[in-house]
Design a protein around this ligand. Structure first.
Ligand code: FA5
Length: 514
């Protein structure tokens, strides 16, 4: 124990020692008195006390006192008396006064008289009967007897300020009544602190110490003339608690998006971008999605009023697309067998996926192509633990002679592996791909598989109208769901909650090294 105490003393700052010495001389000393006696700044006293408290040497108590005084309106009442008292003074003689004459008879102005009526009733000094104010027995008895509120008014007029906690029970009742009225009483909160020595503090004082200036910064001169040898140094306490610092950092979703971009760039993909507002043509028709497809229904897709429609691309492409939808054209299929409408294709939508970027890219570029794109997409979804109405997808497209479904599986496997995920593939259906697959990952907490993304080989009905004769693999992967798993959140909404505690406590970099 004694060794510990010596070590603690050794590590005390000179200000801490000064505070302890003051407490030794006078246990009731206030922080202000310490500041004055020791010629210290009050902030230095409080900070030294905080430090002593953190080491269980003293206890810092905080005391909040409410100081009450009269406002200007309160002072006026004190001089003129409370309006109900002024009315009572007249009423006791007259016994009753008609409401309409109240102001004239008593000199209390109309607005105040109305409020005073309330108080006359509350104090049971008067009753109102068919518009007539009548004095009660209590009222008559109160003629020369001040109420608690009036007593307090007088007290405050004399004293100026009173500490609320020091009021007698009776005056405290008066305070409650006066404080029920607006703007009569001013309340000022005064915070004061007091220090109490704890056992460890007593032991330190018993052990004793001297106060000697401590060297904090050595000067060139002190080094040169050897004075440094005689100076007193304060040892470092390397176990002392340091403040927790929350470094600025990227949002986890941004971290994962940046990582995804880096992975695709490293895999030799180039990046393309699309627009949030897109024509139904690019979002659906170019993907051989029939115009009565369920995904186009209002409950899945946001249609825009402004702009209501979008321009269609080159008419040759539009015609070929129409023909493919209607009859299959020269793709080897019979199409969807319906009348394709240009108006429906012109509708403007908030893109529901990023796959329209791929068809547009195919139309505007010659193979070989290796493209990816990251962006926000929009769907009329109901929120739940894995669904958001706005989320991000990363889209990928590879188009070249000899590209196969095997390449698709290989690319996806490689991508997820680089991100640190092990996924499984299961057969799936999309109107624009064949073969198609969905990647899934197992969620321990939910004991179920969750879809991460869709993929497949673009069908000839998609490629031919775009003028592409080589095979193309494509995929669209959800990003929030990856972040959800990476950051161990059970609910996807957490990513958009701006939960500062969660964000602060996330490790700065959980990214995989590429
Ligand atoms: C598509 O969007 C297809 N365009 C993917 C595709 C591209 C298939 C190219 C074939 C070729 P899907 O609707 O399944 O597919 O969405 C893909 C992924 O987005 C899902 O697996 C999921 O990870 C994510 N996702 C879908 N809806 C939501 C949602 N409401 N909230 C969060 N993530 C979602």
């Amino acid at each position: 124990m004694s060794e510990d105490i010596k070590k603690t003393i050794n590590e005390l700052h000179i200000y801490e020692k000064k505070v302890l010495k003051e407490l030794e001389a006078n246990p009731d000393v206030t922080p202000e008195e310490i500041a004055e006696n020791q010629n210290m700044d009050i902030k230095a006293v409080m900070s030294a006390a905080g430090s002593l408290a953190s080491k269980d040497i003293i206890e810092v108590e905080k005391d909040v006192e409410e100081e009450i005084s009269l406002s200007d309106a309160g002072l006026k009442f004190a001089q003129e008396k409370l309006p109900e008292r002024r009315i009572l003074d007249v009423l006791v003689d007259k016994k009753e006064i008609h409401m309409k004459d109240l102001s004239d008879e008593t000199g209390v102005d109309k607005k105040e008289a109305n409020i005073a009526i309330g108080w006359l009733r509350r104090k049971n000094w008067a009753q109102i009967d068919k518009g007539v104010v009548k004095v009660t027995d209590v009222g008559a008895d109160s003629k020369d007897k001040l109420g608690e509120d009036e007593e307090l008014l007088n007290h405050l007029t004399e004293a100026g300020k009173i500490i609320k906690d020091r009021l007698s029970d009776e005056l405290l009742d008066g305070f409650k009544k006066l404080n029920d009225r607006k703007n009569i009483i001013n309340i000022k909160k005064n915070t004061s602190h007091s220090f109490k020595l704890l056992d460890k503090g007593e032991a330190i004082l018993k052990e004793g110490f001297t106060i000697k200036e401590q060297a904090t910064q050595l000067t060139h001169q002190q080094l040169k003339d050897g004075e440094w040898k005689d100076l007193q140094y304060r040892p470092y306490d390397i176990n002392a608690e340091a403040p927790v610092i929350f470094a600025g950092k990227k949002h986890p979703l941004r971290v994962i998006i940046d990582e995804i971009r880096e992975i695709f760039l490293n895999m030799g993909f180039s990046e393309d971008n699309g627009e949030f507002v897109e024509s139904a043509f690019w979002n659906f028709d170019s993907l051989f999605q029939p115009q009565d497809h369920a995904a186009r229904e209002m409950q899945d897709t946001f249609y825009l009023k402004n702009p209501l429609t979008c321009d269609l691309p080159d008419m040759d492409l539009v015609k070929l697309t129409a023909e493919t939808h209607e009859t299959g054209a020269d793709t080897g299929s019979i199409g969807w067998q319906y009348d394709w409408s240009e108006d429906i294709a012109r509708q403007s939508v908030l893109r529901t996926h990023t796959t329209g970027i791929s068809t547009k890219h195919l139309y505007n570029h010659e193979p070989p192509i290796k493209m990816f794109s990251v962006g926000r997409v929009f769907r009329r979804e109901t929120f739940d633990y894995k669904h958001l109405p706005e989320f991000h997808q990363v889209e990928g497209l590879v188009c070249d002679e000899g590209i196969s479904y095997q390449n698709l599986l290989g690319t996806l496997k490689e991508f997820y592996k680089k991100l640190g995920f092990e996924v499984r593939f299961r057969p799936a259906y999309f109107p624009y791909t064949y073969l198609s697959t969905e990647t899934e990952i197992y969620l321990e907490e939910k004991e179920s598989w969750i879809e991460l993304g869709g993929a497949g080989m673009f069908r000839p009905e998609v490629l031919k109208p775009l003028g592409i004769n080589q095979p193309a693999l494509a995929f669209g992967l959800g990003i929030e769901r990856l972040a959800m798993i990476r950051y161990d959140v059970e609910d996807i909404r957490m990513l958009y909650k701006s939960d500062i505690k969660w964000l602060r406590e996330l490790p700065i970099d959980r990214g995989v090294r590429l």
